[in-house]
Ligand binder design. Structure first.
Ligand code: GAR
Length: 210
């Protein structure tokens, strides 16, 4: 493998963009052999777009269409076309709050990853930190995984634990999980960019560097 080759990332987000910033910073300091080719959002005024432009990255809003929790057919085609045009090799979901299925996953087979704010398979779906707090677990965390046809069910690439403290509320726990996310996501993307992650059935294995 050519070690000078940089994996081209397309980052999709709907929110503040703190994970995108962590990835951009890790690339800038040389620890992730990748480049961000495009940042896309389904929210016109999302912080992630402003923050991407602050790094001089191409950043675009693409309207999601008529549905609330997924992209409609036209929007899905527009996302796929924009990512292909930008030569994206790995799609990185960073707080993208819509489910991607079917056509999109077929366009990027085993090339879509997500970060989820819990230790999967616990607490899939929305507000996973609130679910953890309500359930009363003593540890939660975050998970980087490949995206498959289910919701938060794809092969797990990496996980990091975070303690739940008695005094936690939703905000403090989510903030602690997000600190872990900003460490874990760049590490996982670095391993992917170096070709060190192999999928075996529903598991991934990390192969050692030659
Ligand atoms: C992150 O905490 C991420 O885990 C969560 O959205 C937040 C985005 O923050 N994603 C999900 O809940 C996906 N189910 P950011 O915009 O600051 O990176």
């Amino acid at each position: 493998m050519n070690i000078d080759k940089k994996l081209r990332l397309g980052i999709l987000g709907s929110g503040k963009g703190s994970n995108m910033v962590a990835i951009a910073e890790a690339i800038a300091n040389g620890s992730v052999p990748a480049e961000i080719a495009l940042v896309l959002s389904d929210v016109a005024d999302a912080g992630i777009l402003d923050r991407a432009r602050g790094f001089n990255l191409p950043a675009r809003f693409i309207a999601p269409g008529k549905f609330r929790t997924k992209l409609d057919e036209e929007a899905e085609a527009a996302y796929i076309a924009a990512l292909r045009e930008a030569g994206v090799e790995l799609v990185v979901l960073a707080g993208f709050m819509r489910i991607l299925k079917g056509e999109f996953l077929r366009a990027f087979p085993q090339r879509v990853v997500n970060i989820h704010p819990s230790l999967l398979p616990a607490f899939t779906g929305l507000e996973a930190w609130k679910q953890a707090l309500d359930y009363g677990v003593k540890f939660t965390g975050c998970t980087v995984h490949f995206v498959d046809q289910g919701v938060d069910t794809g092969p797990i690439i990496a996980q990091q634990t975070v303690p739940v403290l008695s005094r936690d509320d939703e905000q403090t726990l989510h903030a602690r999980i997000q600190i872990a996310e900003r460490q874990l996501y760049p590490l996982a993307i670095s391993a992917l960019a170096r070709g060190l992650v192999r999928v075996e059935g529903r598991k991934t294995v990390t192969v050692s560097q030659q």
